[in-house]
Design a protein around this ligand. Structure first.
Ligand SMILES: Cc1ncc(COP(=O)(O)O)c(C=O)c1O
Length: 345
């Protein structure tokens, strides 16, 4: 989290905009909270240039709930869905959808994004799902395909707002907030209006895209604190100069780290360069013993939470928007020092 946003959160917890009320004390139907919600939506729309034909929903349940909510909200009875499998999270999304509908794998690759020309999306698929950043493996879509016929649905939990995006390429985007928007508990859904009104009657109203869109996100109490924090993060992003500036900063952070991994042959990144993520950088040391020693020494040096995803192991540095270039420099310096000490043992 950027330090200045943490300071703003602290202020709002005590007295929101000088009102004498904590942000936790604002009723969600009242004018003050509605201002927070409206500003968050407008700032998101400004940053991502979201067309008026898209609705923004502030839901709960995390991206994981969306794995089933996407088919429940978008599929009419009997329809099928297609998925592109690129790693751990897209496989999980697909497994959840399989419990509800026929699923066709449009393309599959590990440690890479399969070439768009090889995707085989059945003409009757209601949507095609991708995971734009696989956080376990460190694989990222650096280009978004243009699908002329099928709505593209994307889990952008890890990389939404890390750079500019052409929203028009998507039918629907969802993202948990805790990576780049601050606090866990909020799931953003950006959905093209013509995809509303489908879906099945079994969806609980607070998670039903159509009913929430019609009710202006007021069906029940939304995650007010997480929305407040997301709103502050969005204003911070604007103050940084917007998504082009943030993307450039993120590119510099990732480039420094990948250069450190490539230097000297001690570290190794299994993802080929064109597919490497700029937000979740995953790499290995020569063996698991060295990796454990690396994590322990890093923690002692104040470099925390570097363990890889349990499904993959190794080391993972998450370089979300709030991570500073100075933090990356500290990690890079530590890596050089550690390699110098341990490379020939
Ligand atoms: C790409 C991706 N999708 C989905 C999820 C699940 O998000 P949540 O735990 O907020 O439901 C994660 C969590 O790390 C993720 O990285």
């Amino acid at each position: 989290m950027p330090a200045e946003v943490l300071a703003e959160i602290r202020e709002g917890l005590v007295s929101w905009r000088g009102s004498g009320l904590s942000v936790l004390e604002l009723p969600f139907t009242g004018a003050k909270f509605q201002t927070i919600l409206a500003e968050a939506e407008q700032d998101l729309r400004d940053l991502l240039d979201i067309p008026a034909s898209y609705r923004v929903l502030f839901l709960q349940g995390g991206a994981f709930a969306q794995f089933r909510l996407v088919p429940l909200n978008l599929l009419r009875a009997g329809e099928s869905a297609s998925y592109v499998e690129t790693g751990y999270w897209s496989a999980r999304a697909m497994a959840e959808a399989r419990a509800l509908c026929p699923v066709v794998v449009a393309a599959r690759a590990r440690k890479a994004v399969p070439p768009f020309a090889e995707w085989r999306i059945p003409p009757d698929a209601a949507y095609c799902h991708i995971t734009t950043n696989e956080t376990a493996e460190g694989v990222q879509f650096h280009e978004i395909p243009v699908l002329s016929r099928t709505p593209l649905v994307a889990d952008m939990t890890a990389d939404l707002l890390t750079g500019p995006l052409d929203i028009r390429r998507f039918g629907l985007i969802y993202a948990s907030a805790q990576k780049n928007l601050g606090a866990a508990g909020l799931t953003l859904v950006i959905v093209r209006e013509d995809l509303l009104g489908r879906g099945q009657d079994v969806v609980p109203a607070p998670l039903d895209y159509t009913r929430q869109a019609r009710a202006g996100n007021r069906i029940n109490t939304p995650p007010t604190f997480a929305i407040y924090v997301a709103g502050l993060m969005l204003k911070w992003l604007k103050r940084q100069g917007g998504l082009n500036v943030i993307a450039e900063r993120n590119r510099r952070k990732a480039a420094k780290l990948y250069a450190a991994i490539e230097t000297g042959g001690f570290y190794h990144c299994p993802v080929p360069p064109p597919h490497r993520s700029s937000v979740t950088v995953c790499f290995h040391l020569p063996d698991a013993v060295q990796e454990a020693a690396f994590l322990e020494a890093a923690a002692q040096a104040g470099l925390l939470n570097l363990q890889g995803h349990p499904a993959v192991g190794g080391i993972r540095a998450a370089l979300y928007n709030g991570v500073t270039e100075a933090a990356v420099d500290a990690l890079v310096a530590f890596m050089a020092e550690f390699a110098a000490k341990h490379a020939h043992r």
